[in-house]
Design a protein around this ligand. Structure first.
Ligand code: DAT
Ligand code: MG
Length: 135
């Protein structure tokens, strides 16, 4: 069964949207197999977003993702990588369709509430980073 790494970013926790987002995940039929509230250290944040290291927004992205507690989780289900990305909507919340998490609740590209792995390859790497003990 396919797994994906999902984050409810610090803006989602600060805005009390955890329940709303978890409801959408559960309603879709994705299964939560690991979940933890934690604040990322800078090293973990940089490793997580290493593909964006050369982008101009990288320092700001790292500062944002380490700015407060987030929820990290592993979801399991049929094509879960694609299924969660569809629930999340486009990276830019203004372009994200209504009915998606970003489309319904966010307005700014950085504070876009959630992260979901973009491929099964990324999912494997990110799950190892966040939940090294998960079998
Ligand atoms: P996604 O989170 O949809 O996979 P991404 O991997 O391209 O998007 O980028 C990672 C995060 O970086 C994204 O959720 C928000 C931030 N980001 C992306 N593009 C940005 C930009 N042009 N300006 C500021 N932040 C950006
Ligand atoms: Mg991405």
């Amino acid at each position: 069964m396919e797994r994906t790494l999902v984050l409810i970013k610090p803006d989602g926790v600060a805005r009390n949207l955890v329940g709303e987002i978890l409801t959408r995940i559960e309603r879709k039929g994705l299964r939560i197999v690991a979940m933890e509230l934690r604040t990322l250290d800078e090293g973990t944040a940089k490793t997580h977003y290493e593909e964006h290291a050369s982008r101009p927004f990288f320092p700001s992205l790292v500062e944002f993702i380490t700015s407060g507690p987030l929820i990290a989780m592993v979801l399991e289900g049929e094509r879960s990588v694609e299924a969660f990305r569809a629930l999340a909507g486009a990276t830019d919340p203004v372009a994200a369709g209504p009915g998606t998490i970003r489309g319904d609740f966010a307005l700014e590209v950085q504070a876009n509430l959630v992260h979901g792995s973009d491929s099964t390859y990324s999912a494997e790497r990110e799950i190892k980073l966040f939940f090294p003990d998960l079998g």
